[in-house]
Design a protein around this ligand. Sequence first.
Ligand SMILES: [Zn+2]
Length: 136
Amino acid sequence: MDANWQRQVLENEGLLGWTIREASDAYCWIETKTIQLPLGASPVLFLHEVAHALHPIPEPNHYHGGGWSSAFGWLVEKYMTVIEVPGQEENTMTKIRFGFKGRDQLPLFMVWREYIEDGEVFFAKVLFNSRDWIGF
Ligand SMILES: [Zn+2]
């Protein structure tokens, strides 16, 4: 992941004096204003930790309550987009979406494959949905 992009996000969100360091797992240390990330962490994992920095208040579900969800959703909407991956098979398109259905819901990370016939989607198969998977 681009370190310049990470620093730009922190600056944009008013997180001055924060540092990012490499570690074996991801964590947000409020007291020392440090975000730690494993090498090769995805942008969405970085935004997950930034949301903790923006909302450093204990909540149910190990800090992943409604306040954190709102912050994370807002960051995802701002910094992430739908990614389209043309299918290996003819007439398929795989799409990846980061986003939310509502402010109070858990973050959505979904991957699905669309099957296209005559220029229209006639079938879509969900390959992965974070709402089926606790912890995101
Ligand atoms: Zn977290």
